[in-house]
Structures are given as structure tokens and as C-alpha cells.
Design a protein around this ligand. Sequence first.
Ligand code: COA
Ligand code: MG
Length: 289
Amino acid sequence: MKARRALLYMPGDNWNMINKAITLHVDSICMDMEDGAALNRKAYARATIAKALQELPFGTAEKLARINAVGSGFEQDDISTVLPSHPDGIVIPKIENAGQIEWASQIIETVELANGWPVNSIRILVGVETAKGILNLKEIAAHPRLDALIFGAEDFAANIGATRSKAAWEVMYARSAVVTHAAAYDLQAIDMVFIDFRDTLNLKFEAAQGAAMGFTGKQVIHPNQVGPVQEAFTPSNDAIAYAQRVAETFEAHQAEGAGAYELDGKMIDMPILRNAHKVLERARAAGKI
Ligand code: COA
Ligand code: MG
């Protein structure tokens, strides 16, 4: 699966921002028809996204289009306008049950078959950002066309009546639930937006916290956030070197019949090795090894 360390949104009706996004070396570009697009600009956003998909050189950046929530009344026109231009994936916000993913998946499959594209080549990523979404994570995460769970903190806080804080403890349970379900179903987990986009110091703190919690990436909303976030979700050289040493020494100790041993004053056993493998897997996905 392609690494999505940073997933950059822009309003789908903003041609300049889409063009700008392409120059930023960001992993994923998500052109938005939902909350980033004003009510009277939905139709224009759809047409602009379709045009961008057809005409712009995205390079290695992933091309995503976010539709409006299933049930909003916009979703059908959103998805049918952009699909024929072959985005790499569709982002569905405010997901609350597996049926909503299946609705999109069937439409996508029809378009894939009609165009002779491989079935399942257009992926689905879902925004989990309501109490119901968190409660139904188990059925949501099991859908076979799914690549990633995206946690939306602002919507979630609004939904449960929480006040957002820098410490973010009010969303900790939900964030943790998203990471856990993603891991159980081998999905990516993409962390919340840091909306104070001129505050790079606290962005770095929150990104590092998300990475430490097990998230594989983070949503971003401004060009300045791309670099720090991609760095936070790429294992450092030190972390990679340590993981490689753990892997090598583990093998040697296993051969000698030792399941647990000491390295730099710390106990190493199977869970530490598994963690080292995760670090190496993420380093590979980021093209670092
Ligand atoms: N993607 C691509 N380019 C972006 C961008 C984004 N998300 N946000 C800003 N830019 C561009 C601006 O167009 C500007 O380009 P220019 O130098 O060619 O004029 C440059 O980056 C600097 O932008 P800046 O002036 O610092 O910010 P702004 O006031 O223009 O925009 C926001 C601030 C918050 C309105 C804007 O970042 C934004 O719309 N972000 C995405 C919001 C969104 O999609 N929300 C829904 C999903 S959560
Ligand atoms: Mg949202």
C-alpha cells in the first residue's frame, strides 16, 4: 500500500491550490467536495476536480477526491462526476456503517468494469468523525475495498459536545479506537488535522504524538504542514539503524537458543522485534530503505 504520511486537502473548486499541491511532493492530494467546498460551489468543485484529474500532472502524488457524506443528497452527483476521470481513491466523510461503504464500492465497481479498469483499483478511505462511526468501527474497518481510516477530530468533538484543546485528551479514546481497528484489519490510520496552521512547533508535537500512537499519517490543510508531517511519519535514521540491529541480533540469539537477551542495557524479545519490523516496513514504504 502506498504510504500516506501526509494527506493534503484543498477545496475542490480551487484550481490554484490543486496546482500548488502538485508542486509540494506530498504523498496524497485530496480534492474536497465536502466541507471545504461552499454549498453554492459544489457543482463547480465536481467539474474542477474532474478537469484536474484529466489534465494535471500529479506525478507520484496520490489523487483522491472527497465526496459529501452518504445521505447528504450530494454524494451521488459527487461520485459519478469524478469517477470517470479515474481518481486513485474516494474519501467518504462521516462514515457510520458498512452499508455506506458498500454503496460507494458498488458504484466504483460498475465504473471500473465499464472502463475495463482492474476491479478494486480505485480505493476507499473513510472519515470516522462521529460517535456512531466510532461505535461501528468493527464493521466499518472490515470492508475489503478499504485502505485507511481517517480520524476527524473537529467533527467528532462537535458531535459529542467536547471542546477541543491542545492536549487533545477529549479525543484520545476515539483516536486510539481508530488506530486499534486499523491495525486489526491491516489498514492505514490517518490522524486529525491540526487547524492552527501557522503554529509549526505544536504541529510537530501533535504529529509526533500521532506517530507514537501508531497512526501512519496525518491530514494537513496547508503547504507549510506537509514537510513537518511527512518527516514525523518517516522513521528517523536512528530508529531505522536501531531496528536493523534488533533484527540482526535477534536472529543470532534465536540461533543460539535465547528468546530474550540484552542490547544497550535493554531487554529484547519477540514484541520488540515485531516493533522493529514495523519501523522497517514504514521506512520501506517511505522509500528510505
Ligand atoms: N493546498 C494547496 N495550496 C494551498 C493550500 C492547500 N490546502 N492552502 C494554501 N495554499 C496556497 C495558497 O493558495 C497560497 O498560494 P499562492 O502563494 O500561490 O497564493 C499559499 O499556499 C500560501 O497560502 P496562505 O496565504 O498562507 O493561506 P491562505 O490564507 O491562502 O489559506 C486556508 C488558508 C486555511 C484557507 C487554506 O490553507 C485552505 O483552504 N486549506 C484547506 C482547507 C480544506 O480543504 N478544508 C477541508 C478539509 S479539512
Ligand atoms: Mg470532517
